[in-house]
Every structure is written in structure tokens, then in C-alpha cells.
Design a protein around this ligand. Sequence first.
Ligand SMILES: Cc1cc2nc3c(=O)[nH]c(=O)nc-3n(C[C@H](O)[C@H](O)[C@H](O)COP(=O)(O)OP(=O)(O)OC[C@H]3O[C@@H](n4cnc5c(N)ncnc54)[C@H](O)[C@@H]3O)c2cc1C
Length: 424
Amino acid sequence: MLRKLLFWSIAVVFPLPLVLTYDYQATEPDSLKFYIFLGLIAYTWWLLSILLSVRPSWLDRSVGLPSIYGLHGMLGVLAIATAYVHRDYGYSPSRLARDLGDWGFYGALGVLCFSVFFMSGWFVDRSSLLLTAKRILEVVFRRQLSVWVHRLNLVVVAMIWLHVHLLLRVNQHFAFMMLFDLYTVVVMGIYTWKKWIAPDTYPTGTVISNEMLGGATRRVSVKVDRKASTLQPGDFFFLSFEGSPSVSREWHPFSVTDDNPETLTFTIRQHGDFTRRVEDVEVGTRVRLEGPFGRFESIIQDRDHEAPLVFLGMGAGAAPLISLTAAHHTTRKIHLLWAVRNPEDAYYRDVLKEYQAASGDHLQVTISIGRFRREDLTNALSAQEVTKGSFFIVGPNPAVLANQRLLRRIGVPARRIHQERLTM
Ligand SMILES: Cc1cc2nc3c(=O)[nH]c(=O)nc-3n(C[C@H](O)[C@H](O)[C@H](O)COP(=O)(O)OP(=O)(O)OC[C@H]3O[C@@H](n4cnc5c(N)ncnc54)[C@H](O)[C@@H]3O)c2cc1C
């Protein structure tokens, strides 16, 4: 909690040097300065939001990727609110500067609305109507197109940068302008390096098997060139298949399904443009991996070691939970609940039986064909699990939210429920 608070406080600290330098140098009345401060705060929040989008894995280990993307999204909203007041009450004598400011504002507003709908689950995960509308629209606005629309934020930043450089009242302050440019250059430098140069340094591996599991799932094993020594149970990587003629090189996140750091196995549910093509990935295809990411193992290590672990997975969402089960089934009390669509989708039934046999009564497995309803959970969970257990839910966003609600209703407090949603 304290860690997250500290993380969110970056939003307050990040604009301060720029705001204080302007305050020190500028001589206009405080009322005018205030609206300039708001503009500066909006600009630095856009920069911070870009910085967070490079998802450094050390930061993920500390606060988790959902928090990073959460702050990234919130900064987008807050920046629009502050930019709105700045634009409405601020004054700019230069026509071009004013136009650039306006275009930047409307551009940022448009990208924000688009991203909230297509890329965040803020609304679509909570309304089946909006989710259906999103799925229909995604025929045109495919993921890669959405990513490029999102990147228009870089154009917005360029417009605002120029807007500031054109304002005589502002650009006369040399130290302030140096700092302003330093902020911009450093953030853009880090972004360019991370998106276009760093991937060449990421770990690589080779696909050694790609087999069908159940109705619409693949199990892809990747032998990594160098042992993934920082891998923890429950982790996930962003994968890019290189040199496969029919599969695009775009990065997609998938969880590691077991605990072998030399051969990473991924369980991939085929339901969209990219995942449907995974069956064309041939043995021998080279893979690049960004990561590992994930916080499940550190949460398990930080909490009471006597408390039971309750894993609740939906479909391929079981992947990270099976990896956690592989790591802990002989030492921790575990109850793995797995909901699948059809009986043939319970493809890890035999593996789980083996873990169960080796666990010395530590592991209990409950598989449900169809989602868990409230009475299923009430019957399946022991009183000790409900009152003391640490719960880990993984699956598609709406299913995770629904299960979280069910658990809350049967008495599990939110602080003991941890989740990973299969979209961001
Ligand atoms: C942390 C994490 C771990 C995951 N682990 C697994 C796993 O082990 N097995 C598995 O089958 N699936 C996993 N997923 C989901 C998987 O990444 C998506 O299903 C896949 O990227 C969808 O791609 P698509 O083009 O086939 O589908 P699309 O039809 O393009 O997308 C389906 C949904 O996935 C979202 N999506 C698409 N691409 C990405 C992306 N690059 N990043 C985030 N969301 C995206 C879309 O917004 C859409 O809502 C995981 C997702 C996350 C966030």
C-alpha cells in the first residue's frame, strides 16, 4: 500500500522542478502564473504517462503492471482536465501558439476517448453492451491500429512543445526553457530507445514445440538461449515471433505455464487475429521475449505462509496459476479452481493429477465446466479458505470482475484478492 502511494506521488513530484523554476523566473501576476502552471502540469503529466508506457520491469516487480497502466491512464485524464482550465482561462497573444495549443488539446482529448474505449477496460469490462460494441468495432479498429492511434499522443506532445516555444512570455526565461527541453528530450529519448532499440537486447529463444490443446488452445514451448534466471512462478512475458511468414511480430503478453527457466511453456487461447495465427508458428521459429513481469510470487512470499492459497483460473487464465501450483504444491496448502468451457478444454487435468499425487494432500483441484456460480464457490471453498486464504484470480476481464464480486459476497475481503486480467 505504502509502495503504491509512493508510486502515485510521482505524479505530484514530477512537475515540481519545472513549475518551481517558472515561478522563480517569471514576473507576471500570480493569477496569470497559475494558469501557466496548469499548462505545465498537464504537459509533464503527458510526458510521465509516456515514460510509464515503456513498462520498466523493475517497476513492475515493485508495484505491478496494472498499477503502472492505471497511473498511465489516470494521468491522461487528469492532464486533459488541467489542460482544459489552462486553455479556457489562459491568454496567448500568438495566433500560431494558440492554434497549436488548441489542436494539441483536442488531439489529446480524441486519443483519450478512443483509448479509454478500445484499450482500457474501464467501461467495456463493466457493460456487456459496450463490450459487444467494442468487439464489432474491433473488426476495423484492430489492436495494432489502436496502438498507432494511441501513439498520436507523441504528435500532441510535439505540438505543445512548439506552443510553449512560441510564447514570448514564457520562452524568454532561459533556465526554464533549458529544463523544459531537458524533460522533453529525456522522455522522448527513453521512449525511442525502449520501443525501437532495446528490443534487440531482449532475451531470445527458439520454438521447440507447438501443439494443440483442447478445442482452441495451443501449447507453445520456447527453449531460451540463456536460462531465464529472474523468472518467478506466475510470471508472464511479452512475446514476438521473428521471421514467421504468417504471424506478425507484434508483442503480446502470455504467462509461463510451468516452472522450468530453460524451456518456457505458454498456453495460448486462440480467439483473435494474432492468437489464431499462432498455429502457423513452426518449430525452429525465433522468439524475442520482453520480461519477465509479474507480482504473484512476491505477494505469496510477503503474506502469511500458513494461509491457504486459492487459485481461481478461467480458461487459459489457469496458466500462471499452474506455474504457481508447480512451485508450491509440496509446501503450501493450495486449492486450484479451474473453469473451462468444454470438457476437452481441461487439458491440464492429468498434469494436475500428478501434482496432486505428489503433494502429500496439500493440493486440491476443482474443475468446473462453465463458470463458477455463487453456490459452487460456497460449496467448494472451506471455511478456512474463506477466512484466511489468499485468492488469486486470472481470466478475461469481465469474468475476473464477476468472480471478485462473488468472493466479496461470500465474505473474502478485497485485500486478500489478487488478480490478473487477460487484457490491459
Ligand atoms: C498479463 C497478461 C497475461 C496473459 N496471459 C495469457 C496466457 O497465458 N494465455 C492466453 O491465451 N492469453 C493470455 N493473455 C491474453 C493475450 O495476451 C491476448 O488474448 C492476446 O494478446 C489477444 O491477441 P489477439 O490479436 O489474438 O486478439 P484480439 O482480438 O486482437 O484481442 C482480444 C483482446 O485482447 C486484447 N489484446 C490484444 N493484443 C493485446 C496486447 N498486446 N496486450 C494486451 N491486450 C491485448 C485486445 O484489446 C482485446 O480486448 C494475457 C494477457 C495479459 C495482459
